[in-house]
Design a protein around this ligand. Structure first.
Ligand SMILES: [Mg+2]
Length: 240
């Protein structure tokens, strides 16, 4: 059976928890590349694209530096630092229920999986790998490389699905842990599923407009099964 539904997962706070390894790796990479560690303080990095976070940090910490000029160098260094942190930590922790939820979705022939994430592609895959998840399980992806803002990303994943299967998906679900995931889902005509394993509660995600919100992906597994079994295919079922 050709897949008809595309389920897109955010990475940080949704599939896995790096304990802010990304922020530490950013600081270390910036120290090496620019001689000054980036700090983010109260800057809201969650749910934003790596490309946005990097360019903003360069502008905050350095004058007369064009972020684009050093982006490739920085990305390489950032990947190396992240890899070292992951190895030292013995890997990253998958979020509660994430592995079982992915297994359930893969058992459904109508479902295709993808990543929709603010991570750059190589470091997004690195995080996934270090959480014991094969990144090749996700075939229709949209990374920070693919747009200027998160709201650009659903159409990228939709196009990847079309390229793989010759038709656009009937439904796209975006699963994420921040209001920015919800916003980008709706901007791309997708169903927004909030999961409260990041820094936001299910109430906050509902208030941000999530069509469905769950405490974790253990609850998510049952919710997905109901949603996929719902006959109409057009609307998410009422929450229970
Ligand atoms: Mg996230």
């Amino acid at each position: 059976m050709t897949p008809t539904d595309l389920v897109l997962f955010d990475i940080d706070g949704t599939l896995l928890d790096t304990q802010d390894a990304g922020v530490v790796a950013y600081a270390r990479a910036a120290k090496t590349v620019f001689g000054t560690p980036f700090s983010f303080g109260n800057v809201p990095v969650h749910g934003r694209l790596d490309s946005e976070n990097y360019a903003d940090a360069v502008r905050r910490h350095l004058t007369d530096v064009d972020p684009r000029e050093y982006e490739a160098t920085f990305r390489n260094r950032y990947a190396a630092e992240l890899e070292a942190i992951a190895r030292d930590a013995g890997g990253f922790q998958p979020c509660i229920g994430a592995l079982e939820c992915l297994e359930m979705l893969e058992s459904r022939s109508e479902v295709e999986l993808g990543l929709l994430t603010g991570n750059w592609a190589e470091t997004g895959r690195l995080k996934i790998r270090h959480a014991g998840i094969d990144p090749n399980r996700f075939r229709c992806n949209a990374f920070a490389d693919d747009g200027d803002h998160r709201n650009d990303l659903v159409p990228i994943a939709r196009r990847a699905f079309h390229d793989a299967h010759g038709a656009v998906p009937n439904r796209i679900l975006v699963v994420g842990d921040t209001p920015r995931d919800i916003e980008c889902a709706h901007a791309g005509g997708a169903i927004a599923v909030g999961v409260a394993t990041g820094i936001h509660s299910a109430e906050v995600l509902r208030a941000a407009g999530a069509d469905l919100a769950v405490e974790d992906l253990t609850a998510g597994r049952a919710m997905f099964a109901r949603l996929l079994d719902s006959a109409s295919g057009a609307e998410p079922p009422a929450e229970r």
